[in-house]
Design a protein around this ligand. Structure first.
Ligand code: SF4
Length: 330
């Protein structure tokens, strides 16, 4: 679970020391990891494939350095989010005893009860992670209890470990200073520069770069204006704004702040909804509805916008991508 600032800085320092001590050994692992990350950098790369979770212990502590050295926030977010699903699938493929071992390495107090083929998790441990897992099945009220412990199946345990992993990687990455990471990884400067150049290049076509609000489609502009004007948006419009902003790379905080002026604004509720839609809770990163859906819900505001009236215009994200591409080309 999230470390205190003191613990985190201790952890980061020990990661740095470990890196320095095992430099030669880490070189080979890092080169493989760099190569793997590089292979993900192509349009549609957000489905992480090929990360060898079997050898996670070898490269797990290096990943935060690599992500921080690249310091490309949108890429980091997408990469970690994609790892979430990939890691969960890997965990589900393991034997129950192996899951118990991983939990114990992560410091999560869990025991596998062979007799009933279920995992026993202390309530406090379960509640740390369950709010990040979508679905009524994972609320505390829906659980079975035995002797003060929550008893869950393997799939539930895989989701808990998945959330632990995501929190850990995010925290460790955020806890490292970018200059320090680049300094530590200076022997790999050439490879890192190559990755950064590819990310820059991709950002021109795949929306990894700076958000350009002048390319937003009329519907999203309308919703954002309504939000700023204090209008209470219908659910589908809220969903469209959040998923749209997330898909073009606006940070979680940036999205939450954009709702700060709506009349029934509740930070807690908004945070939950936003986290759910962007995949921090559910593991599923949603995309906005198609134009046809928005139109049938009276939420399309195309008026006389030429691009919206093109035959091929089917989706608000396509609108943004096409307009951004046109703008870059001049
Ligand atoms: S056509 Fe599509 S992108 Fe344009 S305003 Fe309507 S829903 Fe939005």
């Amino acid at each position: 679970m999230p470390d205190s600032e003191e613990n985190l800085s201790e952890k980061v320092n020990s990661m740095i020391n470990e890196f320095n001590d095992r430099n030669t050994e880490f070189t080979e692992i890092l080169l493989k990891l760099i190569d793997n990350v590089k292979q993900q950098i192509k349009p549609g790369f957000f489905k992480i494939k090929g990360l060898n979770w079997e050898s996670y212990e070898e490269w797990g502590s290096l990943l935060p350095f690599l992500l921080k050295a690249l310091d490309f926030q949108v890429f980091t977010n997408k990469f970690i989010n994609s790892c979430r699903a990939s890691y969960e699938n890997y965990l589900k493929s393991l034997e129950n005893g192996e899951i118990e071992d991983i939990s114990s390495k992560f410091g999560i107090i869990v025991s596998y009860d062979r007799e009933v083929d279920l995992f026993r998790v202390p309530v406090f441990e379960f509640t740390r992670y369950c709010s990040r897992i979508s679905g009524f099945d994972y609320r505390l009220a829906s659980q079975s209890f035995d002797r003060g412990e929550v008893v869950i199946k393997k799939n539930g345990m895989a989701k808990i470990l998945r959330e632990y992993f995501v929190i850990k990687i995010r925290e460790e990455t955020n806890g490292i200073d970018a200059d320090e990471a680049r300094n530590i990884l200076s022997p790999f400067k050439e490879q890192l520069d190559e990755i950064m150049a590819e990310l820059e290049e991709l950002s021109k076509t795949a929306d990894l770069g700076a958000v350009d609000s002048s390319c937003f489609p009329p519907c999203v502009i309308h919703f954002l204006n309504d939000i700023r004007g204090g209008v209470n948006l219908p659910h589908l419009a809220r969903f469209t704004v959040v998923s749209f902003l997330n898909n073009i790379g606006v940070s979680e905080q940036g999205i939450i702040e954009s709702f700060g002026t709506v009349p029934d604004f509740s930070k807690k509720v908004t945070e939950y909804q936003v986290k759910h839609i962007i995949g921090r809770i559910s593991g599923t990163e949603y995309t906005p509805p198609k134009c046809v859906t928005l139109r049938s819900n009276h939420l399309c505001y195309w008026d006389d916008d030429q691009l919206c009236h093109e035959e091929f215009m089917k989706h608000p994200l396509s609108y943004y991508k096409i307009k951004k591409k046109k703008k870059i080309k001049g």
